[in-house]
Design a protein around this ligand. Structure first.
Ligand SMILES: NC(=O)c1ccc[n+]([C@@H]2O[C@H](COP(=O)([O-])OP(=O)(O)OC[C@H]3O[C@@H](n4cnc5c(N)ncnc54)[C@H](O)[C@@H]3O)[C@@H](O)[C@H]2O)c1
Length: 251
């Protein structure tokens, strides 16, 4: 018996990286998973891989920065399932650069996906989560949501806002038996970090600062998402689960 048997889950941005590993683990644990991504081909491929293993997945093209995309996918899930037990706000991106040179367009792009997308999905998913006897909403932020680093100021600002948003949502959704938690990864090897991790000096700098002496793998984060999704975390809401190999525990 899997840990998510009889649960319906939706993961945003699950065509690649952490979202993909999370969708695959959820399906392996018995959930019916909706794989959604702005990259439709990636979502379709991930869902196809899951169903090829005899597990259950559906896919949808969904850009979290587009209100129409989000509401139409939520309408479809309502028609097909009537509820959502697990909703993971994972879609995110980064636009690197020195803050003083950041264009309005770059800031809007960051904010529209990393913050507005989370707001929209959390709001439009409410009715489906309320229909579950025990719902879990997981917002993926970052350890950068509470600290600063060169060329990451805009990204940090969006992720810090997600941490604060999660606490407010935990308060507002608790009466409806919806738990809301933040999952904050450290540095994980994905397409998002590929370019910076190609710099061996920066990579060594990061590993030196990580107590467990390695970067994160997508599976490390997916396992933490599974914990927050399952009833094992039934007494957690409004919390931030940091999964960073101890990077932020040390100086
Ligand atoms: N990789 C890390 O080190 C790290 C660390 C902390 C937090 N995070 C966060 O984890 C989440 C996943 O990141 P990742 O490293 O797996 O990145 P990734 O680039 O490998 O995957 C992100 C996925 O999100 C999708 N996406 C991008 N914009 C979207 C949009 N508007 N609507 C829907 N989907 C969209 C992409 O197509 C992609 O499939 C992000 O929120 C990221 O900020 C990552």
């Amino acid at each position: 018996m899997g840990r998510l048997e009889n649960k319906i889950a939706l993961v945003t941005g699950s065509g690649n990286g952490i979202g993909r590993a999370t969708a695959e683990l959820f399906a392996a644990e018995g959930a019916v998973v909706y794989v959604t991504d702005v990259d439709a081909a990636a979502a379709e491929a991930v869902a196809g891989g899951i169903t090829a293993k005899g597990q259950t997945a559906h896919w949808a093209a969904m850009d979290v920065s587009k209100g129409q995309d989000v509401s139409s996918v939520m309408r479809r899930v309502k028609a097909e399932q009537g509820r959502l037990d697990v909703l993971v706000n994972n879609a995110g991106l980064n636009v690197r650069g020195d803050f003083r040179h950041m264009s309005d367009a770059d800031w809007v792009k960051l904010r529209e996906v990393n913050l507005d997308g989370v707001v929209r999905v959390a709001r439009d998913g409410f009715d489906l989560l309320r229909a579950s006897p025990s719902a879990s909403l997981i917002n993926v932020a970052s350890i950068m949501g509470s600290r600063g680093l060169r060329q990451l100021t805009g990204y940090s600002a969006t992720k810090g806002a997600v941490v604060a948003l999660t606490k407010g949502l935990a308060f507002e959704y608790a009466p409806f038996k919806i738990r809301v938690n933040t999952l904050s990864p450290g540095y994980v090897e994905t397409a998002l970090t590929e370019r910076i991790l190609r710099n061996p000096i920066f990579e060594k700098w990061l590993i030196d600062r990580t107590l467990l002496k390695r970067l994160g793998k997508v599976e490390d984060i997916a396992k933490a998402a599974l914990f927050l999704a399952s009833d094992d975390s039934v007494y957690m809401t409004g919390a931030e689960l940091v999964v960073d190999g101890g990077m932020t525990a040390s100086l």
